[in-house]
Design a protein around this ligand. Structure first.
Ligand code: NAD
Length: 507
């Protein structure tokens, strides 16, 4: 376990940091057990309220300094952050894989996303464009500019334990904001490792304490962030249940939130699809990260004329899957995050059967050598109709539902016929179908793909979804605007004071 040392992780770790400083805290000890082998990796002390308040005070003071650093100079610090991540890619990727359970390839991919967002943010730090517009008044100039917002609170989920933090921080920092991050209590060591990497970069650049803060703990610590009027923006990634709570708390104080919540993603497999390519897309989408991606493929909506052929090919492909230690590159599927997740998986299979699902590839928990953690499960496939309660719900596990359709319009209706709206895809070589799918009469999701699966987004595009997925956008495109406040400025360079709308006001 060299990577633990390389990342500066101890058996017992302080959980609160404002940068280079680690603060003592009296919170409970969070023990992090690896789902890979069930071993205790290390523990982290959760944050108590008094220490949390100290962190907020530090961040508030740091914002006053950080916002005055020119944006391209902030970008230079983020560039160095990207370099530090390149150096630590292997070690951090292994930690992600060992603490969270995703395959090493996906762990490394997650760190690559962090590097990519840094590169994106560096370029953006010389942009952050506002517009100019023409004033109706003579000798006046009107324009808008984007100012830093303040503290950004980041609440993240276990399944992307490092990338979500960097999507938010890289943009926040170039925008002039400071961050307080609460990682998932299921992956606290990933939080410590990231904080140590950024602390070194910040120290070299004399970035003040408080620009990157870390607090640790569960729901309660997340609630402190949501209810805190010192925090103008809370970016929360996790379940829809969590998002509803955070959204209500932040809205009650008229703060802003970015919500990145659950998905129930489908691929439409048309009769015009390249079926071999579709198998790969469906397979990676459904079993990658053991079905624990927000963009995991949960439903396949298959044209009746290719349904049986596709079903058979897919079931065959499932037989080839190798399940086991995700750090061993020969395995395709690793464990679920913990035994609670295994219970939810088994419960969903049971409920599915009661509601009428027919399993064509059976699930189950794996036992024996290599599976001692009790978190390894078999990816499974069931034939269903879209209206089953279990199909309408996001089960965070590798359970794939097959649904049959006759017309493309019906397929789109089925695809949209769930409460969530994150990612969607169509496999087709027919341009009329693909254009319909991408049109305003098509997919209602934040992400709609053609001839690729539902998971594996690039950072250049805005990431997020509609309906119960929360409506937030992070990462690329103009997602940065959510991290800044817009100001409209009108300058009078004349000798008169004409009023807008031609209003006359004489004394
Ligand atoms: P979760 O909702 O259980 O926890 C997420 C985070 O929210 C954790 O840090 C947790 O401590 C915190 N939290 C929980 N309740 C809270 C509350 N009431 N107030 C404030 N904070 C609270 O989710 P999870 O099991 O860690 O992650 C899986 C879920 O995340 C899935 O639903 C998945 O789809 C979703 N997810 C969405 C995206 C996206 O970008 N849309 C990305 C990753 C994961």
């Amino acid at each position: 376990m060299d990577f633990l040392q390389q990342l500066g992780l101890e058996q017992e770790n302080a959980g609160v940091s404002t940068g280079a400083e680690w603060l003592p805290s009296t919170g409970e000890k969070i023990q992090s057990f690896s789902p890979v082998d069930g071993r205790l990796i290390g523990s982290v002390t959760a944050t108590d309220k008094e220490t949390y308040d100290k962190v907020v005070a530090k961040a508030t003071a740091a914002f006053k300094e950080w916002r005055m650093v020119p944006a391209p100079r902030r970008g230079e610090v983020v560039r160095q952050f990207g370099e530090a991540l390149r150096e630590k890619k292997e070690a951090l990727g292994k930690l992600v894989s060992y603490e969270m359970g995703k395959s090493l390839q996906e762990g490394l991919g997650e760190v690559q996303e962090m590097i990519d967002i840094c590169d994106f943010a560096v370029g953006l730090s010389r942009q952050l464009y506002g517009l100019t517009m023409h004033s109706e008044r003579p000798l006046h100039r009107m324009y808008e500019q984007w100012h830093p917002l303040g503290i950004v609170g980041i609440i993240s989920a276990f399944n992307f334990p490092v990338a979500v933090w960097s999507w938010n921080t890289a943009l926040s920092w170039i925008c002039g904001d400071v961050c307080i991050w609460k990682p998932s209590e299921k992956t606290p060591l990933c939080g410590i490792a990231c904080q140590k990497i950024i602390a070194e970069v910040f120290a070299k650049n004399n970035v003040p304490e408080g620009v990157s803060c870390l607090v640790q703990g569960g729901r309660e610590v997340g609630e402190w962030l949501s209810n805190d009027t010192n925090i103008p923006l809370v970016s929360a990634t996790g379940s829809t249940r969590m998002g509803k709570a955070v959204s209500a708390a932040v809205a009650a104080r008229l703060g802003r939130s970015i919500l990145e919540l659950g998905g129930n993603n489908a691929i439409i497999i048309s009769q015009h699809a390249d079926l071999d390519m579709s198998i790969i897309g469906a397979l990676f989408g459904a079993v990658g990260t053991a079905g624990q991606r927000c963009t995991s493929t949960r439903r396949l909506i298959i044209h009746e004329s290719v349904y049986d052929t596709f079903k058979e090919k897919l079931a065959n492909a499932y037989q080839q899957l190798s399940i086991g230690d995700p750090l061993d590159t020969k395995n395709h599927v690793g464990p679920l995050i913990d035994k609670d997740a295994v219970k939810l998986y088994l419960g969903a299979i049971e409920q599915g059967k009661q509601q009428g699902a027919t399993f064509i590839v059976e699930g189950g928990v794996l036992e024996g050598a290599g599976y001692e953690s009790g978190c390894y499960v078999k990816p499974c496939i069931a034939e269903v109709t879209n209206d089953l309660a279990i199909v309408q719900h996001e089960t965070f596990a590798p359970i794939l539902y097959l649904i049959k359709y006759k017309t493309i319009e019906e397929a789109i209706e089925l695809q949209n016929g769930v409460p969530q709206g994150l990612s969607s895809a169509i496999m087709t070589l027919n341009i009329r179908e693909s254009e319909l799918f991408l049109s305003h009469a098509g997919s209602d999701c934040g992400i709609a793909n053609v001839n690729i699966g539902t998971s594996g987004a690039e950072i250049g595009g805005a990431f997020g979804g509609e309906k119960e997925t929360g409506g937030g956008r992070e990462s690329g495109s103009d997602a940065w605007k959510a991290y800044m406040r817009r100001q409209t400025n009108t300058m009078n360079w004349g000798t008169q004071l004409p009023l807008a709308q031609g209003i006359k006001f004489h004394i």
